[in-house]
Every structure is written in structure tokens, then in C-alpha cells.
Design a protein around this ligand. Structure first.
Ligand code: ZN
Length: 279
């Protein structure tokens, strides 16, 4: 008989980017808060989306160890390095298997190729050595103490070929960067029709009817209510479409979005998107 599952979330607080310029509102460049999720039964656990710095992964190791569970799998929702660069450290430490869809694995290789030019410039000396060791899940799922955890491919969201992990036993979706929660959404890869595709990805998540969603980037003061996170993610994307059509410059777009979403965390993410949408 299957045991009951539970989940827990560890949030890594925003860290500064190594950038001298300021965001138009005067902020220093920051990274968004990041969520790592542990889904666990009586004895075993599956971890979703490890963080990306050596310091952050030490916190995750302590957290997994204190759960008392045996970590069997590490699932990566999408290729962006901030969601997996420490996967190898965790896999070695806990003898766990790294799992991702074929589309994610392809993007992981691209991130490794981009690492020196991008990631190590923004976060010098902070990211451990990272190799792609992930393999696709058999029949698109991972088994945890008799329960199935489903890798659901949703296409483009904040990058291409993204996925969520659906845990029907918990009415839970671990949403990666498809669903955001109280944090500015990263629109930098959504020029030329990407916002529309992202809206379609949100529809796929909604069709799973999750009561709870763990957003890859969430405000730690907000709960995981699924319907609210879906509505707010969709609303933000529709606003971005509307204001991209109505604003003449990246700065205008940034100001208009900031005014509409004054409580969302990390305007840096909005500014990175704005500059890309007007390039
Ligand atoms: Zn992402």
C-alpha cells in the first residue's frame, strides 16, 4: 500500500548580480528568490530544482539530511542554470539520479556552453563545476513509494521546452518557471510570440487542476494556492502583451509594468525582460 506523501519548500533569498549598472528604479541588479521542493513519503524523497551556488546547495544538503529521507531522484523542470547547476553536487552527496526531459537536457547543455560568458560573469566563483548527467524519466514519471510524479511538458514559458512536475496524490504542481508567485516574471526569451505560447503553457497547468503550486520563483510570504498563482501569472502575461504594444521604449514598459505590479519582487527580472523585448 502506498504511504502518504508530503512536501516542503526551501527558498533561497535573492543574491546580487555582479553588474555595475543600476535598474531604472535605482535597485542594484539582483537574482530572484528561488524555490527548491522536496516531495517525500515515509522513507524516500524526490527533490525538484536545486539552486545554483555552492553556498545555496550547502543549505539544501542540510535540509535534505534533516528530513531523514533517502533522496532517490532530482528532477529538473527546465534548462536554466539557476534551476540545476548544483544537481551534480546533490546527486553525488545522496547517490540520487538526476532526471529531466529530453528538451530540458538539450537546454542544460546550452547553459553549460554559456556558463563562462554569462553565469560566471554574473556570479564569479560562486557556481560549482556542473556537468549534464540527467536522463529522461521512464514513461514520463518518477515513482515515490507507490505514487507517480509526472513530468508534464508544456512548451515555451520563461524559456523553451519547459515542464512542470505533477503530483496527483498531493493535488500539487511543482511549477518551475511556468507559474510565478509574487515575483516579476522573466520575459527576456518571450519576444516574437513567446508571451502567447507562455499563456498556452499556463492553460496546460490549469487543466491539471492543482490546488497547490510551488512556483520556481516565489515570495516566501505568499502561500501555494494554485488557482491564485495561475490567475496572477496569466494576468501578468496579458499585461505584458498589452503594454508591449502600447509602450514605445523599454523604460516606458518597465515603468508601466512596475506601476501595475508594485508588490512583485525583483524588478531586475522585469528590466532584463524589458530590454530584451525592445531589442
Ligand atoms: Zn527559468
Amino acid at each position: 500500500m502506498a504511504t502518504n506523501l508530503s512536501y516542503d519548500v526551501l527558498i533561497a533569498d535573492p543574491i546580487p548580480q555582479n553588474v555595475d549598472a543600476l535598474v531604472p528604479n535605482g535597485d542594484h541588479y539582483m537574482w530572484s528568490p528561488q524555490s527548491t521542493t522536496l516531495i517525500f513519503g515515509e522513507h524516500q524523497a524526490v527533490l525538484v530544482d536545486p539552486p545554483f551556488t555552492t553556498k545555496q546547495v550547502h543549505d539544501v544538503i542540510d535540509w535534505v539530511r534533516s528530513s531523514g529521507r533517502n533522496l532517490t531522484h532530482i528532477y529538473i523542470t527546465h534548462g536554466h542554470g539557476d534551476h540545476w547547476f548544483t544537481a551534480g553536487v546533490l546527486a553525488d552527496r545522496f547517490h540520487a539520479r538526476v532526471v529531466a526531459t529530453a528538451g530540458t537536457i538539450e537546454l542544460m547543455h546550452r547553459e553549460v556552453a554559456n556558463r563562462e560568458a554569462l553565469w560566471d560573469k554574473l556570479f564569479p566563483g560562486q557556481i560549482p563545476a556542473a556537468e549534464v548527467t540527467a536522463t529522461p524519466p521512464e514513461d514520463n514519471h518518477i515513482t515515490l513509494e507507490g505514487h507517480s510524479l509526472w513530468a508534464v511538458e508544456v512548451g515555451h514559458s520563461d524559456t523553451d521546452d519547459t515542464t512542470v512536475l505533477h503530483v496527483p496524490s498531493l493535488d500539487l504542481v511543482v511549477g518551475g518557471d511556468v507559474i510565478y508567485n509574487g515575483v516579476h516574471q522573466y520575459l527576456a526569451e518571450s519576444a516574437g510570440g513567446g508571451l502567447r505560447k507562455w499563456l498556452e503553457a499556463v492553460d496546460v497547468v490549469e487543466s491539471l487542476e492543482p490546488l497547490r503550486i510551488v512556483a520556481g520563483h516565489k515570495d516566501r510570504n505568499l502561500d501555494d494556492a494554485g488557482p491564485r498563482a495561475i490567475t496572477q501569472t496569466r494576468d501578468y502575461l496579458r499585461s505584458a502583451e498589452e503594454l508591449r504594444a502600447g509602450c514605445g521604449t523599454a523604460r516606458e514598459f518597465f515603468s508601466a509594468m512596475s506601476e501595475r505590479y508594485p508588490t512583485r519582487l525583483n524588478p531586475t527580472a522585469l528590466w532584463m525582460g524589458a530590454t530584451a523585448l525592445y531589442r
